[in-house]
Ligand binder design. Structure first.
Ligand code: NAP
Length: 241
């Protein structure tokens, strides 16, 4: 019960890694705020958590593609009203978008992807900071990728969004260093068996990939005392903690 009475928001909680972390954290006693765009999938995860744990989950139905300044404020107000304090914010939702050359990337596709992968983490973090400041050792995890470090041909706006997200984490980390116990981490989960991975690598045999459950130790580590001492804020699967 490492996470008993901790309140943690997970974006993209309906599938893949986000769904797994929702189960993991609630099994350790956390109240999970499940943010997703699909009502049916949200209800399924919510019911599963209610059935198997003694925690207080909350559903926030939101298509991050449509997020606005007011929408992000409303989400922050809803969380503050329900829980008062937020201990963790896991920016996990992302879209892969089109794997095509930048020359052929349309503005519409660019805008949609950037809103989900980059604007949403910025706005949600900004408006949730007051609730995060109420926690001892609040955590913000921005989900990264191997294509954040070096642009890769045909990975378009996805690669650019992940590089920018890493910069966002670095800026937040510096701005809060020394003045707050909140820590901001980038985490690259590495190749993991999910629907996004299958969309990116359709010819790959998913059975050769690790499952989202194999990431459990990393996601628990972020809320452990050991993470307070960590100097490096970019963690990749395979790094020793
Ligand atoms: P996934 O299985 O496709 O899950 C993505 C989640 O994000 C789903 O819950 C999806 O909702 C949600 N989402 C997408 N667009 C959304 C929107 N507009 N509004 C709200 N929610 C939205 O992908 P995953 O592999 O678990 O990816 C999780 C994170 O890990 C991502 O940030 C990804 O970039 C990163 N990552 C993954 C890998 C990998 O190999 N899997 C490697 C490196 C990094 P629906 O259920 O409605 O589709």
């Amino acid at each position: 019960m490492l996470l008993k009475n901790k309140n943690i928001l997970i974006t993209g909680a309906t599938d893949g890694i986000g769904a797994q972390i929702s189960k993991l954290y609630s099994s350790h006693g956390a109240n999970i705020i499940l943010l997703g765009r699909n009502e049916e999938k949200l209800n399924k995860i919510y019911d599963d958590i209610i059935e198997n744990t003694d925690t207080k989950p909350l559903i926030l139905e939101c298509d991050l593609n449509q997020i606005s300044d007011n929408g992000a404020k409303e989400i922050a107000d809803a969380i503050s009203d329900e829980y008062g304090v937020l201990h963790g914010l896991i920016h996990n939702a992302a879209e892969l978008g089109k794997l095509t050359s930048l020359e052929n990337y349309s503005l519409d596709d660019w805008d949609k992807l950037m809103r989900v992968n980059l604007t949403a983490p910025f706005l949600l973090t900004k408006y949730l900071l007051p609730s995060l400041k109420e926690a001892d050792n609040g955590r913000v995890i921005l989900t990264s990728s191997g294509v954040a470090h070096k642009g890769r041909a045909f990975w378009g706006a996805y690669s650019i969004s992940k590089a920018a997200l890493k910069t966002m984490q670095e800026i937040f980390s510096e701005e809060f260093e020394g003045s707050s116990s909140i820590k901001f981490f980038s985490f690259d989960p590495g190749a993991t068996r999910t629907k996004m991975r299958s969309a990116a690598y359709p010819a790959e045999d998913p059975n050769n990939l690790k499952s989202a459950e194999d990431l459990n130790d990393y996601y628990l580590w972020f809320f452990s005392k050991k993470s307070n001492q960590k100097e490096i804020n970019f963690i990749s699967f395979g790094d020793s903690l």
